[in-house]
Design a protein around this ligand. Sequence first.
Ligand code: BDR
Ligand code: CA
Length: 311
Amino acid sequence: PAAIVIDTDPGVDDAMAILYALADPEIELLGLTTVFGNVPEPVATRNALQLALLAGAPALPVAAGAARPRLQPPRPFATDVHGADGLGTAVLPPLPPGRLPDPRPAARFLAETCAARPGEVTIVAVGPLTNLAAALDVHPAIARQARGVIVMGGALRQKGNVTPFAEANIHQDPHAAAAVFAAPWAVTLVGLDVTERVILTAADLAPMVARSPRCGALLAEAAEFYFAFHKASEGLDGCHLHDPTAVIAALRPELFRTAVAPVEVTVRGPEAGRTREAPEAAARPLTLCLGVDAPAVRARFLEILHAGRLP
Ligand code: BDR
Ligand code: CA
């Protein structure tokens, strides 16, 4: 199986990605690291701990990370998209006393997890890239010890989702994104160009509710809020599967059409958070996902969540 750590700001689609990773027998989930983004960091950390508990992984390591961007003032959280506590109106089970985050900060957890198995661990980053940038600063060896980094973020050949230019994860901390894209590791960008093509509907979750009642009911309730946001903002009956698509990219790269080019991040001004292919730049080339077999990604997601492996 693919050894991965998910760096996350749960978030409804983050929750989908986490439950997917716990259910997929081809994934060895080594832990979660948390970051501000959709919600404040303490809420993200609590959600991650509670999701692991709900999914029957009460000892999964969860390491708490950054509470704010590296350099710029914080942007608003995405409570309009994900709900006040990140999971719509859903309520997660309380944590037993003594269930705490890993004592290490996220950046150190990432570095040590990659160092323990050099060349094997893929980081799937589905929130702002602040923890990854911190890890590169403090533990630069992570760049050669990680197998690679898959980033859900950016909008290359289409408009953004928080501003006309920027996708949310990059917009929250563009300086961190620029640092992560410049580091000497293999970065794959799974941006809105592909994630907005992969759609999940309410009906898709019904078999999961039947076969994995605990996790299915949680996702169905959380998703209701997320669906309502998509309906109101773009008339969509369903939601985009942003973060799960990045996890699936770690397993099934052949489902994506890619190009290789450096990417420039706009760090300030009205276009802050913009990601642009910059073939002329002397920067490191990234692997950019530009096309996707959306039915196949969606089918994989549903096959795993419908299999009944989660409680
Ligand atoms: C990304 O932003 C967050 O709101 C989602 O969880 C996803 O990671 C999509 O732009
Ligand atoms: Ca996210």
